[in-house]
Design a binder for this molecule. Structure first.
Ligand SMILES: Nc1ncnc2c1ncn2[C@@H]1O[C@H](COP(=O)(O)OP(=O)(O)OP(=O)(O)O)[C@@H](O)[C@H]1O
Ligand SMILES: [Mg+2]
Length: 465
């Protein structure tokens, strides 16, 4: 370890000599320089770096407070410790207000001096350590606008890094709001194609008759409105990435055409006789269960095999709850800067609710909840009461379970849980207006399990939705 360096600024040579020898003694181990006035001290600081300055307060023509002010003005990074006699304790305190780290009394003893300097060094060490940790969290747990410390997300980040450079088609699957589009962008912007375009198209969002010319372009006069030729998205994305979002919604006739394009790497614009070579990496995403769509005949088997070469499955948020605090922090910072709010964080019981909630809308729902809460929140820390009321109902259920009025003679868990289960299912169905998929998520059971139970409890056909 290199020696720490101290500059002593005092107009009395005797004082400088004493302090110097204390600091240089084996116990101190400091490297020392001396200056007899403020101006020469500043001159020395301009040339060499120091860890600490020990500065007398009363000096002529410029005093210790002048020195402090000039150090700040010049932006010199050094710890300043004032040395005060009996008469100038007040000024020493004032100096701390101006940014001095501490002060020591004259006559100065070795013990006092080392105590003060070591304490400053320890604080500095802690600050550097915190900074290092914070940076590490940022680097290790965040990846291209995505954060996640869960092992499931760490695996996703690793896979993205590994496959970003290849042209191989990637299929991203995951429930709505799990971050599929972010992953698609991360794949593009981490790979060698990052300087070419990233073009996204929602296969379910464009009418079938327009989608073909959107994707492949059209020739002049190809149809009534085709006044001039138009490039398709495949050509727009040439050299880059085409993100086919909601590929499960691609109409069957276009599935055939897409398959041909993927195999031949060339497109034929609508109404055109020529074909155009394109170099495009395809990243597709879906929140549907494509295997099931294939079985149902809604998605072509051959296209499925062609795009399902590399697969990234994004886990729902409720299966990686350890990411929630990190995401909450991430969104609070983002919204503070976007909305100008000054939210510092979330109270422990509010965080508990965020951790327990099943998040059927995944990260997007968490993001929306935080935005709404931050706008409406009165204080600078989000409290339980600030959260949307429907999130608190989980708690109410727990309270109700505590209060559940069950006859003392009943001990059968089986019978009681049936009553409770039926109630919860009815409530979930009401909350989701009869949407069984969402209700199953809220109940944290599978959809087939919900349907089975609904039949069992006579809720399947009789429910009023
Ligand atoms: N790991 C993450 N870290 C930070 N933000 C995330 C993360 N995952 C998702 N988000 C944010 O959540 C929102 C939803 O993400 P995205 O649009 O990528 O999801 P999606 O899976 O494509 O959803 P959908 O199926 O509804 O289109 C976006 O605002 C995104 O920025
Ligand atoms: Mg999406």
């Amino acid at each position: 370890m290199p020696k720490k360096r101290v500059l002593i600024v005092d107009d009395e040579p005797e004082v400088r000599k004493i302090i110097s020898s204390i600091l240089q003694s084996p116990k101190g181990g400091y490297e020392v320089k001396e200056a007899g006035d403020v101006e020469s001290a500043l001159e020395i600081l301009r040339k060499e770096p120091f860890d600490h300055v020990l500065c007398d307060i009363y000096m002529e023509p410029l005093d210790g407070l002048d020195f402090l002010r000039m150090v700040k003005e010049k932006g010199i990074k050094v710890n300043v410790v004032m040395m005060s006699g009996k008469a100038d304790v007040e000024q020493a305190l004032e100096a701390i207000g101006y940014g001095a780290q501490d002060y020591v009394h004259k006559p100065i003893t070795a013990g006092q001096l080392f105590f003060v300097l070591k304490r400053i060094e320890e604080q500095e060490r802690l600050r550097a350590e915190n900074e290092r940790l914070r940076r590490e969290v940022e680097e290790r747990y965040s990846f291209h606008n995505m954060v996640g410390k869960s092992s499931k997300m760490q695996v996703v980040f690793d896979v993205i890094r590994k496959i970003a450079d290849y042209k191989t088609t990637v299929l991203i699957t995951g429930e709505s709001g799990t971050g599929k589009e972010l992953v698609a962008k991360a794949l593009h912007y981490n790979g060698i194609r990052k300087n070419a375009p990233f073009v996204a198209v929602n296969c379910g969002g464009i009418p079938e008759n327009l989608l073909e010319s959107e994707l492949f372009g059209h020739a002049k006069g190809a149809f009534t409105d085709a006044i001039r030729a138009k490039k398709g998205l495949f050509e727009e994305a040439d050299g880059g990435t085409l993100f086919l979002d909601e590929i499960g919604d691609l109409p069957l006739p276009l599935q055939v055409k897409l398959l041909r394009v993927l195999q031949e790497e060339e497109i034929r614009p609508v109404g055109d006789t020529r074909t155009v070579k394109v170099d495009v990496r395809i990243v597709a995403a879906t929140s549907k269960d494509l295997e099931r769509e294939v079985r149902k005949g809604n998605f072509r088997n051959d296209l499925f095999y062609r795009i399902n070469v590399l697969r990234i499955s994004l886990p729902p948020l409720r299966e990686r709850r350890e990411d929630i605090p990190l995401l909450v922090d991430f969104f609070i910072q983002r919204f503070n800067s976007r909305l100008g709010t000054k939210i510092k964080g979330v109270s422990p019981d509010a965080m508990q609710i965020l951790m327990d909630y099943p998040w059927p809308g995944n990260v997007r729902e968490l993001e929306n909840v935080l935005e709404r809460t931050m706008v409406l929140c009165e204080g600078d820390v989000i409290q339980k009461e600030d959260l949307p009321p429907y999130m608190l109902e989980n708690l109410v259920v727990e309270d109700n379970i505590q209060k559940l009025d069950i006859d003392d003679s009943v001990l059968s868990i089986k019978k009681c849980s049936r009553v409770l289960e039926k109630k919860l299912i009815q409530r979930a169905l009401q909350r989701t207006r009869g949407n069984k998929t969402q209700a199953a998520k809220l109940l944290e059971i599978s959809l087939p399990a919900l349907i089975y139970k609904m039949k069992d409890y006579g809720l399947y056909k009789t429910q009023p939705f």
